[in-house]
Design a protein around this ligand. Sequence first.
Ligand code: ADP
Ligand SMILES: Nc1ccn([C@@H]2O[C@H](COP(=O)(O)O)[C@@H](O)[C@H]2O)c(=O)n1
Length: 271
Amino acid sequence: MLRKMSDVSKYNGKMNGIEVKTPFLIGVAGGTASGKSTVCKRIMEKLGQVDMDHTQRQVVCISQDSFYRELSPIEITKAAKGQFNFDHPGAFNEKLMEKTLREILAGRKCEIPTYDYRNHAVRADDVVTIYPADVVLFEGILVFYFPEIRDLFHMKLFVDTDSDTRLARRVTRDINERGRDLDQVLNQYINFVKPAFEEFCSPTKKFADVIIPRGADNTVAIDLIVQHIREFLNNRQKAEANNTSASNNVTSSHITLTRVSSGDGHLKRPH
Ligand SMILES: Nc1ncnc2c1ncn2[C@@H]1O[C@H](COP(=O)(O)OP(=O)(O)O)[C@@H](O)[C@H]1O
Ligand SMILES: Nc1ccn([C@@H]2O[C@H](COP(=O)(O)O)[C@@H](O)[C@H]2O)c(=O)n1
């Protein structure tokens, strides 16, 4: 559901007497190599959120791939031969994914695992800290598949890129970045990736608020989404300024309350 941007009060609340702001949670789904990460990167760039200390960021991006579940020894052997289905919903740790998103929505700092594609392994010892932010992008092939998770999003985007283009990009990426060979990539694609896309991912397009044809090439769609996010951030900033002047109290124990524009359209936190 796309919520009205002017009603930022929906995203604020109190927990243990502390003012907590719910982030605007955006789900970004789409087939493999459709450009989900690239679209998120463009959104972050346009909002001036890339070269920024992670504790100061207003917008953060999380990948569903961090929530692949640990494999049994037999499954690891299968995965090494390209015979494990990483595109099936059962490949993910759904409970951890939901728990993490709920923590994020509650305005809490949380830690997420990193994922090692070369060894098909969750790196529980190498976690990334996600600090409270105003906007959180959560991208992955099946982010709209699980109803409990799908219902958490305030806005849902589906990156819709032609399947030939996706396969071509996937071959190059998996060979160059994920330690695969051509036969393995093509076998995995034909046996698992393509059928699972048709069965589990593509049907979730109907849940999207915005479909982005051609992914990151679609600058018009990306600009509209960025404009929508800016409106949310500006309304929140205004609401905070009103509260601040009413209570004459500018302190917060978790995130800075007031933000200013840097003048170039990018938002930054005040010192
Ligand atoms: N619009 C584009 N033009 C050319 N290459 C692209 C474009 N979008 C993505 N790519 C490349 O395709 C590959 C997959 O893109 P990525 O954004 O990681 O997709 P996803 O997150 O959906 O798997 C990456 O190597 C990326 O650099
Ligand atoms: N060990 C793994 C884990 C995942 N995959 C593939 O990654 C794809 C999802 O990531 P995208 O960035 O492409 O959205 C998915 O299609 C899995 O097949 C893998 O190959 N190995």
